[in-house]
Design a protein around this ligand. Structure first.
Ligand SMILES: [Zn+2]
Length: 192
């Protein structure tokens, strides 16, 4: 029985130990880069290709570290708290926001969106590229990245920008909840 593993997009983001300090087996992906246990096809999890340099050559080389499932699972990203994010996003949907409040909300929303974007990508990473849910998720992520790049200028721009980021948060938290089995989009305390 093979234990479920993280999607590759998430495994690629896990920092791995310095290659120079590892054994030959670890460098060649036949042993776990963390605990050095010898890996089999059933126990190994690929961590994606990683760049490295060595004094003997003047260009960047690539290696393919692998980990055992236990070590990879221990380094999995924490689940994103979509219910709290949604509640925070609703603060920008309220009334007339003073510019200073809007600006501080926008800072918070940016941090949340940077956490959500990789989580949404991870949630659809195992789907085929042409899958409707994957394409929809990528379109949502693309729009959210555009909103993250935007820099508000001029009077009233702060509040409009906070509102835009809040909408992106609501879209991505819904997307994440829909794409993650066992998650529910209901906020605790709201009637269903
Ligand atoms: Zn290990």
């Amino acid at each position: 029985m093979t234990a479920p593993t993280l999607p590759l997009s998430a495994r690629r983001r896990i920092p791995v130990p310095d290659r120079a300090r590892l054994t030959g087996e670890q460098r060649h992906g036949t042993a776990c880069v963390w605990c050095a246990v010898v890996l089999s096809p059933e126990t190994a999890a690929d961590l994606g290709h990683r760049p490295y340099t060595t004094p003997s050559v003047d260009y960047v080389l690539t290696w393919w570290p692998r980990g055992c499932r236990a070590c990879v699972a221990a380094r999995a990203p924490l689940p994103v708290d979509t219910a709290t994010m949604r509640a925070m996003a609703r603060q920008a949907l309220d009334v007339d926001l003073p510019a200073a409040v809007a600006a501080s909300l926008a800072v918070m929303y940016r941090g949340m969106l940077r956490e959500l974007v990789p989580a949404v990508r991870d949630a659809v990473d195992d789907l085929p590229y042409e899958h409707t849910d994957r394409r929809a998720a990528e379109a949502d992520v693309h729009r959210a990245l555009g909103d993250l790049d935007h820099r508000p200028r001029g009077p009233g721009a702060e509040a409009a920008h906070a509102l835009r980021l809040a909408h992106a948060l609501l879209v991505l938290t819904d997307r994440l909840d829909q794409s993650t089995p066992g998650r529910t989009s209901a906020v605790p305390g709201t009637p269903t």
